[in-house]
Design a protein around this ligand. Structure first.
Ligand code: ZN
Length: 372
């Protein structure tokens, strides 16, 4: 017989839910939460994002009088995420190689839901529990941004949204994004190139002057998109670039973005007599956080993992997630591993043993929180 969390996980990955198309997942989970006796609420944050469903909040009343804890996961996936056909081989679940698997983050969703089902079936006393399933995490943490945090009654929470079960992420970087448009001048490339000003050349001069890649252990930078030009016989007059910079240290991030800006300013300046110009937009995407290891949220997770003999690690990630948004809003949230592996690729997979360990971990967290 298939394990309960495995069959539930397989049901969830069969529901298409690329970002902005989360309705199927939200409706399914709303109904499942209500069957467990939870009060549910779907917000309207999708009205601002263009999606077809809002965030799903659930409150499972407890019979122990204390503050709830928040269990959080996101329901959207990256592309290609439609028509996922999971394949089980040697205790590991894969996609068929044409799509992602969706373990990011349906492993987190399944582990939370199955832990709640088991709790309900056990009839044991427990503290109240808040559940939040967010939308559109993968396209800029949109659901977490739109959710009204004042609804939360918990004093801290867990996002189940990273790799190995036992991994506890207590810090994440700030991120700034930049969009740059460089303007040169169009001319026939074969007849009168001297009358033109090559925007691609200006962009490449700026890129070679700017910092790139790993800057230091806590800081990174990348140009990820460059588009420009229309034909080989035309000196291109416009180039668009998009990039990002991240750091766990906000001062370093500020300094890095100033250096990037200067590299582009200098390159444009060099060609200003011929009419070069630039539009440079820099946005703060999210803020860094670092939680104290001695905090209740971290200690409770460590206790639960020790109980289960699961080795644990605490550390920082280079990525952003819903936890950045909650921590920036003053709500402490750490990120825990679910077993997801090779996420955002068609080679994505998850070990069945990890799904089972992840579910046990959620159950143990609830138990310790209820007893504490
Ligand atoms: Zn994720």
């Amino acid at each position: 017989m298939q394990n309960d969390v495995v069959s539930y996980f397989l049901e969830l990955v069969a529901i298409d839910s690329e970002s902005l198309n989360e309705r199927g997942m939200i409706e399914r989970l709303k109904s499942d939460l209500e069957q467990l006796g939870a009060e549910t609420f779907v917000d309207d944050s999708h009205l601002k994002t263009g999606g077809n469903a809002g965030n799903l909040y659930g409150f499972l009343p407890g019979n122990i009088d204390k503050a709830p804890i928040l269990l959080c996961a996101h329901v959207d996936t990256v592309k290609p995420g439609n028509g996922i056909k999971p394949i089980i081989r040697d205790g590991v679940i894969y996609s068929d190689g044409t799509t992602i698997l969706g373990g990011d983050d349906k492993s987190g969703v399944a582990e939370i839901m199955v832990a709640l089902r088991r709790l309900k079936a056990s009839g044991k006393d427990h503290a109240p529990i808040e559940v939040l399933f967010t939308i559109s995490e993968e396209i800029g943490l949109l659901g977490a941004r739109g959710f009204d945090k004042s609804r939360l009654k918990s004093s801290f929470g867990y996002a189940f949204d990273t790799h190995v079960v036992g991994e506890i992420i207590i810090g994440a970087p700030s991120q700034k994004s930049f969009k740059i448009t460089i303007n040169g001048k169009e001319a026939h490339a074969g007849v009168e190139p001297e009358k033109g000003l090559n925007a691609i050349l200006i962009a490449s001069e700026a890129i070679t002057r700017m910092p790139m890649g790993r800057i230091d252990p806590e800081t990174t930078c990348n140009i990820g998109i460059i588009k420009g030009g229309t034909a080989t016989n035309i000196v291109p007059n416009t180039v668009y670039l998009k990039g990002e910079a991240r750091s766990h240290n906000p001062d370093k991030l500020q300094k890095l973005c100033a250096e990037i800006r200067k590299a582009f300013d200098d390159a444009v300046q060099k060609h200003s007599e011929k009419g070069a110009s630039m539009d440079f937009i820099c946005n703060q995407e999210y803020h860094s956080f670092l939680m104290d290891e001695s905090s209740e949220a971290v200690q409770l997770a460590i206790k639960a993992l020790k109980d289960l003999d699961i080795p644990y690690t605490t550390g920082r990630t280079g990525g952003g997630s819903d936890a950045n948004i909650f921590n920036a809003a003053g709500f402490p949230m750490i990120i825990c591993g679910t077993g997801m592996d090779k996420v955002h690729t068609v080679d994505e997979k998850i070990e069945i043993a990890e799904l089972i360990r992840g579910t046990d971990f959620v159950s143990q967290l609830i138990k310790h929180h209820s007893e504490a």
